[in-house]
Design a protein around this ligand. Structure first.
Ligand code: KIV
Ligand code: ZN
Length: 386
C-alpha cells in the first residue's frame, strides 16, 4: 500500500517558546533547530523575526545552517512584519513566510476591521509575501471559531493571492475530532483552488484533544501537522510531535500516512527541549514520559518478561530508548525481583529468593521505589543472617 505523506511542521522554537517561562538562548535555539533538521522535520518554524532582535538573529542563523528542512518565520498581516520575516529566512535553502490574521468575530474586533476590510488586508499581505517568496503559508487565526462562510471566503482569497499552504489553527483548543475533520473536508470540497494547496492543521491542547484533533484533520484531508516537541506551547500547549508521529507509525493500519521523521531521535530531542525550556516532561506523558515504557506491577512485569507485546504497543528502541524499565516497588512480584537480581549478578536458590522477597516487600511498603543499591543490601543482609 502506498501511504500519503504527512508533512511535519515543528513550531517548538516559535509557538513553543511563547509558553511563559520557556525562553531559550540563541545557542539553545540553534541546537534544537539542528536536531529537528536531523530528525527529518519537513518545516521548522524558527521564530517570529519582528518580535525582537534576538528572534531575528536566531531565525537568520537557523536559515543559513539548515540542511534539509524548510525554514519558516512568522509574520503578522502587515508589510513591515512580512519584510522583516523575509530578511530573516531568505538565506535558507528553502525559505517560507508564514503570515496570519485572526478571522473570528472576536479576533476581527481587535484591529477593528470589518469583514471586507479584513478580506482586503489578507489579499494585499499574502500577495506581498508571495512577491518575495514562492513558499507562503497563510493562517486564519482562531479558524475554528470563524463563521464558516467567511472562512471559505478568506481561504479562497489567500489561495488566489498565492498562498501555497493554508493552515487552519484551532488557536484556543476548542474544536473536537469530528469537527476538526469536517472543517478541513468542507474547505477542500468547497473552496475553489483548494486542490492546488496543502492544508495544515495547528491544534492547541486546552481540552486535551490536540493530538486527536490533528489526526482527525489528516483524515479530513490535511497533509501538514503543526506541532511541538513535548507539546510545549502556550497555556496547555500544542499538539505533541512525538504523539502524532508515533500514532501514525503504530496505527498505520487505520491511518495509512507516513512522515519523514526518524523516530529513534525522539527521546534525545525531548530531553534537550525539556532541559533548555525548563519545562520538565510529566512522568506519564505519552511516548516520552519517564513511565511511558516502565512497568511496576507484578502482573505486568511477569507479562513483559515473557513477551514484551503483552503491555507495550511500541518498542522502546523505536523512540530511541535503550529498553523497557521494570522498576521495583510494592506492586512488583517475584519474577521481576529474580530478573533484577540476575541482572545484578545474583543467582539465588528458591529459598534465598523467598527470604529476600519478604524483606523486599517490607522495604517497598516504606519506599516508593526500591533501587539496585537497596536490593544489594537486602541480599547481603540475607546472606549474613541480619
Ligand atoms: O495558534 C495559532 O493560531 C497560531 C497562529 C499564529 C498560527 O499559533
Ligand atoms: Zn498556535
Amino acid at each position: 500500500m502506498t501511504k500519503d505523506k504527512v508533512l511535519i511542521f515543528d513550531t517548538t522554537l516559535r509557538d513553543g517558546e511563547q509558553s511563559p517561562g520557556a525562553t531559550m538562548t540563541h545557542a539553545e535555539k540553534l541546537e534544537i533547530a539542528e536536531l529537528l533538521d536531523e530528525m527529518g522535520v519537513d518545516i521548522i518554524e524558527a521564530g517570529f523575526p519582528i518580535a525582537s532582535e534576538g528572534d531575528f538573529r536566531a531565525v537568520s542563523e537557523i536559515a543559513e545552517r539548515a540542511k534539509n528542512s524548510v525554514i519558516c518565520g512568522l509574520a503578522r498581516a502587515n508589510f513591515k512584519d512580512i519584510d522583516r520575516c523575509w530578511e530573516a529566512v531568505k538565506h535558507a535553502r528553502q525559505p517560507r513566510i508564514h503570515t496570519f490574521i485572526g478571522t473570528s468575530p472576536l479576533h476581527r474586533a481587535i484591529p477593528n476591521l470589518n469583514q471586507d476590510e479584513m478580506a482586503e488586508r489578507i489579499h494585499d499581505t499574502v500577495t506581498h509575501a508571495r512577491n518575495l517568496c514562492d513558499n507562503v503559508q497563510w493562517s486564519p487565526m482562531d479558524a475554528t471559531r470563524t463563521e464558516e462562510d467567511y472562512l471559505r471566503r478568506v481561504v479562497e482569497i489567500a489561495i488566489k493571492a498565492g498562498a501555497t499552504t493554508i493552515n487552519i489553527p484551532d488557536t484556543v483548543g476548542y474544536t473536537a475530532p469530528v469537527e476538526s475533520a469536517d472543517l478541513i473536508r468542507m474547505l477542500i470540497d468547497k473552496v475553489p483552488g483548494a486542490d492546488e494547496v496543502i492544508f495544515a492543521t495547528h491544534c492547541h491542547n486546552d481540552l486535551g484533544m490536540a493530538t486527536a484533533n490533528s489526526l482527525a484533520a489528516v483524515d479530513g484531508g490535511a497533509r501538514q501537522i503543526e506541532c511541538t516537541i513535548n507539546g510545549l506551547g502556550e497555556r496547555a500547549g500544542n499538539t505533541a510531535l512525538e504523539e502524532v508521529v508515533m500514532a501514525l507509525k503504530v496505527r498505520g493500519d487505520i491511518m495509512p500516512y507516513q512522515t519523514g521523521i526518524d523516530t529513534t531521535k525522539i527521546i534525545n530531542i525531548s530531553r534537550r527541549v525539556a532541559t533548555v525550556s525548563g519545562f520538565a516532561v510529566q512522568f506519564n506523558k505519552a511516548i516520552v514520559g519517564k513511565n511511558a515504557f516502565a512497568h511496576e506491577s507484578g502482573i505486568h512485569q511477569d507479562g513483559m518478561l515473557k513477551n514484551s507485546e503483552t503491555f507495550e504497543i511500541m518498542r522502546p528502541a523505536d523512540v530511541g530508548l535503550a529498553g523497557t524499565s521494570l522498576p521495583l516497588g510494592k506492586h512488583s512480584g517475584r519474577a521481576a525481583l529474580r530478573a533484577k537480581l540476575a541482572e545484578l549478578g545474583f543467582d539465588l536458590a528458591d529459598n534465598q529468593l523467598n527470604d529476600v522477597f519478604v524483606r523486599f516487600k517490607d522495604l517497598a511498603d516504606r519506599k516508593k521505589e526500591v533501587f539496585d543499591d537497596d536490593l544489594m543490601a537486602l541480599v547481603y543482609q540475607n546472606e549474613s543472617g541480619d
